[in-house]
Design a protein around this ligand. Structure first.
Ligand SMILES: NC(=O)c1ccc[n+]([C@@H]2O[C@H](COP(=O)([O-])OP(=O)(O)OC[C@H]3O[C@@H](n4cnc5c(N)ncnc54)[C@H](OP(=O)(O)O)[C@@H]3O)[C@@H](O)[C@H]2O)c1
Length: 278
């Protein structure tokens, strides 16, 4: 067991809780933090930051949706003696121009890459687990996923691979310093094809329905979303249409020395765990 402590933010989330488990297994001391974790960390409460940064060697940073506070957080991390930061960013951070998504992702990256600390940035594509742990789960259980995604191919990545990469980067000191890793799955699928694989693996009739971004936004608002948030989610699909992130990358293989997990593997595992059971 190493005496070094690694701070994991977003520790109850899709990547953070998997990263924390891998680090513990590796023998690294983990400080798992979020608003609802035993170690409380809230991006909107800077008073909660210094305590979690005490005696930390490395940190896995899941930024808030509006990443302004990341700049001050990085300054506090430097002052606290943190040596390494691994930032969870997103695919297209550098190609989505002055869209809100592009600006937000680049702002968080600038905060980390502009620091004096050893840093690594992870830019994963859309997660497979959005289909069973996030936004797409409830519609799939209801039998139909309605999106403005069209025939855009997406290089979905398994969050287990993102966590494997993050844990490797956090524990292999020096090897990944100053690197930006573009992380994708092994092939691109349309959202409709992804739903088809989930339907087959689960044995459940699940349809994919194409709508316009405006219809999608209106549907989210009807479900109770705020207008701004609904527009923001719909904007992602408009940006995907630019196809600047439709190609696979060798990011997972570069870090882990193996191919990324397939979407089929994910669909089988999640279906076997009853993810979409009605
Ligand atoms: N989903 C995708 O397809 C995808 C793809 C690429 C990149 N990303 C990026 O991944 C990030 C999300 O990571 P994730 O999927 O691992 O997390 P997640 O499953 O969305 O969960 C969010 C985590 O952040 C914590 N959190 C939320 N608000 C917080 C706050 N105000 N202060 C402190 N902690 C807070 C939550 O815990 P508490 O509720 O306990 O605070 C939770 O642990 C986003 O930055 C997104 O841009 C996502």
């Amino acid at each position: 067991m190493s005496n070094d402590t690694t701070l994991v933010l977003g520790a109850t989330g899709k990547t953070g809780r998997r990263v924390a488990a891998r680090l513990r297994l590796h023998g690294t001391q983990v400080r798992a933090a979020s608003r609802s974790s035993r170690t409380r960390f809230d991006w909107s409460d800077p008073g909660s930051w210094d305590a979690v940064l005490q005696d930390v060697t490395a940190a896995y940073v899941v930024p808030p949706p509006v990443p302004g506070p990341v700049h001050e957080f990085v300054a506090r991390a430097e002052a606290a003696g943190v040596q390494r930061l691994v930032l969870l960013s997103g695919r297209s951070a550098d190609t989505w121009g002055d869209s809100t998504f592009g600006l937000d992702m680049r702002s968080a990256e600038d905060a980390v890459c502009g620091s004096a600390l050893e840093w690594t940035v992870l830019r994963p594509s859309n997660f497979n687990q959005n289909f069973d742990e996030d936004l797409f789960h409830a519609p799939l259980v209801a039998g139909e996923l309605t999106l403005p995604a069209g025939a855009v191919p997406e290089t979905f990545i398994d969050v287990e691979d993102v966590a494997d990469v993050a844990a490797a980067v956090l524990t292999e000191t020096g090897r990944h310093a100053g690197r930006i890793y573009e992380l994708t799955g092994p092939r691109a699928l349309t959202f409709g094809e992804a739903v088809g694989l989930i339907s087959r693996a689960s044995g459940l009739p699940i349809a994919y329905k194409q709508v316009s971004p405006a219809e999608y936004t209106a549907a989210l608002v009807e479900e109770g979303w705020g207008e701004d948030d609904a527009h923001h989610v719909a904007e992602m699909f408009v940006l995907l249409e630019r196809r600047t992130s439709a190609e696979t990358t060798d990011g997972v293989a570069t870090v882990l020395g193996r191919a990324p997990r397939t979407f089929e593997d994910y669909a089988v595992r999640a279906a076997a765990a009853g993810a979409w059971r009605r």
